[in-house]
Design a protein around this ligand. Structure first.
Ligand code: F6P
Length: 367
């Protein structure tokens, strides 16, 4: 599928939505139309690719969307062509629909598919690329857990929301002398908790990468109280877990490639702090507020650069690659390489050492 010139482009947004998706769609479509190419927006992510739902995009469709949240194309995290749920005899069965995806790509006469998504989307892209589809990936996710890029777009916007929420919780915490616990997203990576917690001045940050010791958490809030600081802010990643415990799951949904829906650790942490320290404690689950709404200026700029670069490499037929931020430059890396490892927080990361230096506890003795 690589021989002819690129004239017809498909674009889709896969997985959970996040601020900056529309800015990428605009960043791809505007220059593509200027080059005289045709752009087809595939609806609802890979679901639309499998089911054959797409519409042609014109300038008017992508005008005025730079600052809007969500995605004008729709998205889905249940549309993995290789893990497609169908109902047989009232039971969910998983089948492979990748041939339908390829068939529609060919029926639309596409020369390349630009797929905007996170880890899950890039895994699908890699498999479709191995089947011969021409693909360029663009890394999105508020979780920032893709190793191949210094940052994914959407992360900065999520961190901004966490930071603002912590500022707001701070005032109630200090006025009422309470412990305020905030649960943030990020799945198995602690970047939102670490960066949001740093930006919002959290006293304790609990990360999936560093299982925590309950006694350390209780000691820290009690110590602060004894020192006259009669409140504490605790920022907990949804994937954080105690040393002697398990991940806290809200639900299991086998229709998704990763069936685990995390959630509930914030409530557990708040209940245990209250029970074991006697301090008045409240919890807030920030949830999808972190994913919605307008992208920050950083994310608008990064998304635009990603989109424009994606169309440039598509025109050069550099397929099977994902655009990536490396230092201050946008480059591209093979998708197969990009999905090799998840980017997780390390104890030696500067964010962790800086947090330690300003007195943040990670709930472990050895840090
Ligand atoms: O990957 C982005 C993310 O927001 C995670 O941080 C979170 O665990 C998950 O998606 C939530 O997914 P859903 O919106 O399907 O509940």
């Amino acid at each position: 599928m690589t021989s002819k010139n690129v004239k017809r482009i498909g674009i889709l947004t896969g997985g959970g939505d996040c601020p900056g998706l529309n800015a990428v769609i605009r960043g791809v479509t505007k220059p593509a139309l200027d080059y005289g190419l045709k752009v087809f927006g595939i609806l609802d992510g890979f679901e639309g690719l499998v089911e054959g739902r797409a519409q042609e995009l014109y300038n008017k469709d992508v005008s005025g969307i730079l600052s809007t949240g969500g995605t004008i194309l729709g998205s889905s995290n249940k549309g993995d062509p290789f893990h497609w749920p169908i109902i047989i005899n009232d039971k969910v069965e998983i089948v492979d629909k990748s041939k339908d995806a390829i068939r529609n790509y060919e029926a639309w006469n596409l020369d390349v598919l630009i797929a905007i998504g996170g880890d899950g989307t890039m895994h699908i892209c890699n498999q479709l690329s191995n089947m011969g589809m021409n693909i360029v990936g663009v890394p999105k996710t508020i979780d920032n857990d893709l190793e191949a890029t210094d940052q994914t777009f959407g992360h900065d916007s999520a961190v901004f929301v966490v930071s603002e929420a912590l500022d707001r919780l701070h005032t109630t915490a200090s006025s009422h002398h309470r412990v305020m616990v905030i649960e943030v997203m990020g799945r198995y990576a602690g970047w939102i908790a670490l960066n949001g917690g740093l930006a919002g001045g959290a006293d304790i940050i609990l990360l999936p990468e560093m299982p925590f010791d309950w006694e350390e958490v209780y000691d820290r809030v009690l110590q602060r109280n004894m020192m006259g600081k009669r409140f504490s802010l605790v920022c907990v990643a949804e994937g954080a877990k105690p040393m002697d415990g398990e991940l806290v799951k809200r639900a299991i949904d086998i229709k998704r490639t990763d069936p685990i829906q995390l959630g509930g650790i914030g409530e557990l942490v708040a209940n245990n702090i209250s029970k074991n320290t006697g301090l008045e404690t409240r919890y807030t689950v920030l949830g999808h507020l972190q994913r919605g709404g307008s992208p920050t200026p950083f994310d608008r700029i990064l998304s635009t650069k990603f989109g424009v670069y994606a169309i440039e490499i598509a025109l050069k037929k550099k397929f099977g690659r994902m655009v990536a931020l490396r230092g201050s430059e946008i480059k591209s890396v093979p998708i197969s390489e990009a999905i090799e490892r998840q980017k997780l927080v390390k104890r030696t990361d500067q964010g962790v050492t800086a947090a330690k230096a300003v007195g943040v506890s990670f709930g472990t003795k050895d840090l």
